[in-house]
Structure formats: structure tokens, C-alpha cells
Design a protein around this ligand. Structure first.
Ligand SMILES: Nc1ncnc2c1ncn2[C@@H]1O[C@H](COP(=O)(O)OP(=O)(O)OP(=O)(O)O)[C@@H](O)[C@H]1O
Length: 253
């Protein structure tokens, strides 16, 4: 379970950022008092346009950023007071995950498996499950530096999932990937749900959200504009399409 209460994050702007943003303000509010709960065995989507605050929220959930104020609990653990304990329960996928170009996927996953203290027999099993599910067996012994963007993304996903975390945080997991690669990732997210994990993923693609999620939150300019089940969202739509409804909510906010 993920419990988020009145989460707030502001960044202090550097002189360069102030110039780029053409502002005299010394602070930028990225996340402005949002609250939500993600339940085990359900897929929660954080949807919002560019700059809405999705990545900042995901990074706070994953203990990479410390919130300016507010509360986060991951599987009952206070992620702000005990980030290390919370981190053991989380698998976090972000677009900027660094991978060692000179190692092979197999070596990287072994390394992270050991880092997370996954017992060897379990590590072998997890690797087999993930490599097969994501169709990776052809390139697990090639150097990462020689792999395509989609292949690297698959390696990052394996890295995220190798310790079988109970909470999965995916920041735009299919961004820039072809439909076949995306389908493998979507299947993995579905399997996480079946396994009773808590899943949150961010996206700005409504069709992907529609395909996967049980619960939906829409954020814009750091504020929560909508939160509820996907079923309720569909039932109460005022526009003909899900994308149309998303745009209507964002424009109203
Ligand atoms: N390190 C930072 N310093 C200053 N401002 C930041 C920083 N990181 C993010 N922001 C600002 O916070 C706001 C939210 O950014 P964030 O990256 O969380 O949005 P996002 O919803 O993930 O957007 P996208 O879909 O474009 O990735 C933006 O206005 C952004 O410029």
C-alpha cells in the first residue's frame, strides 16, 4: 500500500533556472498538497500533462527526493523517517536510470540481485521469469552499450523488479518504446497486480491508462484535480472520449 498525505515539494531555483524560466521567484512549487492511496492488487495511474508534477511525485515516493512537507507511507513504513527501510519494499523505474555500458544485462541484474541480498536460487528464478516475460534472452550476454533504447529499458525494468518488491513505482514505463516492447511491459504490470503488489505508474497517454488502471488521479500544476476509480471516471464522463475528458478536467483546473 502507498499512503500519500498532503505532499508538497518546492525547488529552490538556481540563477540559470530563473533566467530560463524568465522569473524573479526564488522557488518553484512542483507538487502542491496532494493526497491519495494506492491499494495492493490494484493499479493506480498518475496522469497529467508535461510539467504537472508526476516525476517529482514518483521520486518522493521512491525516497529519491525528500518532500518539503507532507507524509508518505510505503507498506506501512514511514518513507520520510525511514527511507532505507521503505526502499527495500520499492521497485522504482525512471527514465534516467543509469546502466553500466560495459557490462551485460545478465551481469547488471546479478549485481543488483546481490545488492538487494536476493538468495541465489531465487535470483536465478527471478531472472528467468523476467528475461522470458520481456523477451530478453537474445541479448542478455551482449554489452549494454550496444543495445537499443527499448532493450535498455527492459534491463532497467529487470533491475527494478529483481528483488520482487511489494510496491512498484513506474515513471512513464513505455515512453518512447514500440508497441511490442510496450506490450511486454504492460503484461508485467498486469502480472504485478495478480501477484497482489501495489502498482503506481505515471503517464500522459490516456489509452495506456485505460488499458491498465483500476484507480486514477489527475494532476496539473502540482495540484490534484481528480481522484477515483477508472469505473467512476468512465461513468461520469462529460466528453465522448477518455482523452477529451482528461483535457476537459485539465483545462477546468
Ligand atoms: N530540479 C528541479 N528544479 C527546479 N524545478 C524543477 C525541478 N524538477 C522539476 N521542476 C519543475 O517542477 C514542475 C514539475 O516537474 P515534473 O518533472 O515533476 O513534471 P512531470 O509531470 O513529470 O512532466 P513530464 O510529463 O514533462 O515529464 C515543472 O514545472 C518543472 O519545471
Amino acid at each position: 500500500m502507498i499512503e500519500v498525505e498532503n505532499l508538497y515539494k518546492e525547488f529552490t531555483l538556481t540563477a540559470k533556472q530563473k533566467k530560463e524560466l524568465n522569473t524573479r521567484e526564488s522557488k518553484a512549487i512542483a507538487v502542491d498538497g496532494i493526497s491519495f492511496t494506492c491499494q495492493p492488487g490494484r493499479i493506480f495511474s498518475l496522469l497529467g500533462p508535461n510539467g504537472a508534477g508526476k516525476t517529482t511525485t514518483m521520486r518522493m515516493l521512491s525516497t529519491i527526493y525528500r518532500p518539503t512537507s507532507g507524509g508518505i507511507k510505503i507498506g506501512g513504513v514511514d518513507a520520510i523517517a525511514s527511507p532505507q527501510e521503505a526502499r527495500k519494499k520499492i521497485g522504482f523505474l525512471t527514465g534516467s536510470t543509469g546502466l553500466y555500458a560495459r557490462l551485460t544485462p545478465n551481469e547488471v541484474i546479478d549485481y543488483f540481485g546481490k545488492l538487494y541480498e536476493v538468495p541465489s536460487a531465487q535470483l536465478r528464478e527471478r531472472k528467468q521469469y523476467l528475461f522470458e516475460l520481456l523477451n530478453m534472452t537474445d541479448f542478455i550476454h551482449k554489452r549494454i552499450g550496444k543495445l537499443s533504447t527499448g532493450m535498455k529499458q527492459k534491463v532497467s525494468i529487470c533491475r527494478t523488479m529483481i528483488h520482487d518488491p511489494e510496491v512498484v513505482v513506474f515513471d512513464e514505463p513505455t515512453s518512447g518504446l514500440d508497441v511490442i516492447t510496450s506490450a511486454g511491459i504492460i503484461q508485467l504490470i498486469r502480472n504485478c497486480k495478480t501477484q497482489g503488489k501495489t502498482v503506481i505508474f505515471s503517464s500522459h497517454i490516456m489509452s495506456e491508462v485505460d488499458l491498465l488502471c483500476d484507480d486514477l488521479a489527475i494532476i496539473h500544476k502540482g495540484k490534484l484535480l481528480h481522484s477515483g476509480t477508472m469505473e467512476e471516471f468512465r461513468e461520469n464522463m462529460q466528453e465522448d472520449s477518455l482523452t477529451g475528458e482528461f483535457i476537459r478536467i485539465v483545462n477546468q483546473g
